[in-house]
Design a protein around this ligand. Structure first.
Ligand code: NAP
Length: 290
């Protein structure tokens, strides 16, 4: 029997991800700002007026919201998903949120006989648009078997990495590394420009040598186009650094580079870059930061 699908959270990432599902299956959708959900309804999605309505109409409920607070607000309360959950339903949470909240909500849905799969993603807004995301899943094996065919409609590399919570743990670690790569690429490229090197030469050599990274390519592209419109916002990047440091703290692990990155990114956000793309960090050398 076909699973009934729901999708909550249609932002930069959620909208194209839900649209990929919709190309193959009926999907019931909800977004806090109704216009985004209406745009997907115009493409054939069923419009729900609350997260609860999505849960009532779905066997598998995909979620892609900003942070812990947003996740709690769609899960909890009379209009929230959990209020109506029952046996055999599955939540697939693509948001990047804390391991702690994932474990708490996972235990709450388990009490109702349902399952929680944390399935955060990496690959950026381009990956969401092109269905080339990498998706790391924390779940029980049986739920993974049920959700995998849908995940492969949104991503090209999908992997179960352990039980509930481990997807978020891996995502936080992965994002700590990409944040440090981003900041290293920005600092290096700005130093190179200051030294009279061309952007083309910097990019060409670094992408063919030991400095290569996704982030070198991203910074070079954004500087060249002088386009800092959000693909991944400064606010979300800082949120993920906060999550990494909270995880390290909970384990008594020292993460000195992460701590420095958090301080530098918080200063960047405070200058008014909150809604800009994370690559706008490269502008710090034209602003007053410290
Ligand atoms: P976004 O465009 O800001 O979308 C956020 C979504 O969360 C929107 O649907 C928003 O609703 C909803 N939301 C926020 N607060 C809410 C609340 N209190 N109650 C209900 N809904 C709420 O962000 P995004 O870039 O899609 O990111 C979503 C998640 O994916 C984040 O956890 C982010 O870290 C992660 N992620 C992003 C990228 C990327 O490149 N963008 C890559 C990997 C992972 P409204 O439309 O009403 O504001």
């Amino acid at each position: 029997m076909a699973e009934r699908l729901g999708f909550i959270g249609l932002g930069i990432m959620g909208f194209p991800m839900a649209a990929h599902l919709l190309q193959h299956h009926p999907v019931t959708v909800y977004n806090r700002s109704v216009e985004k959900a209406e745009r997907l309804a115009a493409k054939g999605a069923n419009l729900a007026s609350s997260p609860r309505q999505v849960a009532e109409a779905s066997d598998i409920i995909f979620v892609m919201v900003s942070d812990d607070q947003a996740l709690e607000s769609v899960m909890e309360g009379d209009d929230g998903v959990i209020s109506v959950m029952g046996p055999d339903q599955i939540i697939v949470d693509h948001s990047t949120v804390s391991v702690r909240l994932t474990e708490v909500l996972g235990a709450r849905v388990a009490e109702k006989g349902a399952q929680w799969c944390d399935a955060p993603v990496t690959g950026g807004d381009v990956g969401a648009k092109n269905a080339t995301l990498t998706i790391m899943v924390g779940s029980d094996p049986e739920s993974y078997r049920r959700i995998e065919p849908y995940l492969t409609l949104m991503g090209k590399f999908v992997l179960r990495v352990g039980p509930t919570g481990k997807g978020q743990a891996l995502k936080v670690v992965s994002n700590l590394v990409s944040a440090l790569n981003l900041m290293a690429a920005a600092e290096g490229i700005r130093l190179g420009l200051q030294a009279g090197l061309s952007l083309d030469a910097l990019e060409a050599v670094m992408t063919h040598g030991s400095a290569q990274s996704f982030e070198v390519t991203k910074i070079a592209d954004r500087v060249r186009r002088h386009d800092f419109s959000p693909g991944f916002s400064v606010a979300n990047r800082l949120k993920d650094l906060d999550l990494a440091l909270a995880l390290a703290d909970s384990l008594g692990f020292s993460a000195p580079l992460g701590a420095s990155a958090q301080t530098l990114f918080a200063a960047h956000k405070a200058l008014g870059f909150q809604a800009d793309d994370e690559s706008s960090y490269v502008l710090r050398w034209s602003q007053r930061h410290d």
